[in-house]
Design a protein around this ligand. Structure first.
Ligand SMILES: [Zn+2]
Length: 323
């Protein structure tokens, strides 16, 4: 085990990073099992992300309050991006200012909140391969009755906030994973909360791209003075985790480009790229979405695939690879 893995166990709940910084982790980090963060100083606290449903978020907030009374009155909530596993619990952080990038807030409004996922889950039986996959990976979560509280403050590029005497830098690095990804960096503590710009021990998923923005975001994190890196999914890491993800993105971009130039389809390419070097990472079916996003870029937006098609292909890869 590496030093970082020995230091931070990947178990459910709150990890005290020291000096008022905490990570809330949800193994196994797969579909929907996201992480969140708490930054406290003086009498104040800032929450980085909520969880995928109200029950999980309630449990997290209770755990945080028990560990640090400053979590009883969270003044600021930051959503790192628009995916539900990072914002569907927003309504439980009552009275907080909710900060997101402008692009994230727009995407949250476009996505239509949790209602769309609740409906997809109810209709999954009629949606073929895509529905079966959706129903299986999202079975543990309850999307009914959620009214996602929307951001109240938006920004572009960078916003700095004080929590007590501590500085938190919110740095927009998207579009990459989604339209408006944001990193939350605490320079004084050399801690960064990356949202889904970092998946550890799991394949990342490129919903938006361009991939170069994501590679640049990795480089930016590598250039920052950072010791502890809290990913959006998976165990706490350090710059090694950032380097590995950057390497993965560069690798699949090269491999997909060769196959795109050779005229191979999205499905052929998704099946053909060797992921042997990443065999310890979960959720390898995400290669389908990653190849589709790269093809869209390579073709200048011409090669597009529907979400239902991609969920169907992910479902087939998921089933085949688990046999
Ligand atoms: Zn996520």
């Amino acid at each position: 085990m590496s030093a970082i893995a020995e230091r931070w166990h990947f178990r459910k709940g709150l990890q005290d990073l020291g000096n008022g910084c905490y990570a809330y982790l949800q193994p196994d980090g797969s579909w929907g099992w996201s992480n969140a963060g708490l930054i406290a100083d003086g009498e104040e606290s800032l929450l980085v992300d909520t969880l995928f449903d109200l029950k999980l978020t309630r449990e997290m907030l209770e755990t945080m309050r028990r560990a640090d009374p400053r979590a009883s009155r969270i003044r600021t909530l930051v959503n790192t991006h628009s995916n539900g596993d990072h914002c569907f619990g927003n309504e439980l952080v009552t009275g907080a200012e909710i900060i997101a990038s402008k692009a994230c807030a727009e995407e949250m409004r476009r996505d239509g909140g949790a209602g769309r996922l609740a409906e997809m889950k109810r209709n999954a039986g009629a949606m073929g391969d895509a529905g079966a996959f959706f129903a299986e990976v999202f079975a543990p979560f309850d999307f009914e009755g959620i009214n996602v509280a929307m951001p109240t403050t938006t920004f572009e590029r960078e916003l700095t906030r004080k929590v007590g005497r501590k500085t938190v830098r919110l740095i927009e690095v998207g579009p990459a994973h989604t339209a408006g990804d944001v990193l939350a960096y605490v320079p004084d503590d050399r801690v960064i909360f990356t949202g889904d710009i970092l998946f550890i021990q799991g394949h990342p998923i490129i919903w938006a791209g361009p991939v170069q923005n994501w590679i640049n975001a990795c480089q930016l994190m590598l250039d920052l003075d950072v010791e502890t890196v809290v990913p959006g999914h998976g165990p706490i890491t350090d710059k090694r985790g950032v380097r590995d993800l950057k390497g993965y993105l560069e690798y699949i971009t090269r491999e997909a480009r060769m196959r795109f130039d050779a005229g191979m389809s999205i499905e052929q390419t998704a099946r053909d790229i060797s992921l042997a070097d990443y065999s310890s990472w979960g959720d390898s079916e995400r290669i389908a979405v990653n190849v589709a996003s790269l093809y869209r870029e390579f073709s200048g937006g011409k090669a597009t695939a529907h979400a239902a098609e991609l969920f169907g292909l992910m479902g087939r890869l998921y089933r085949e690879r688990r046999k």
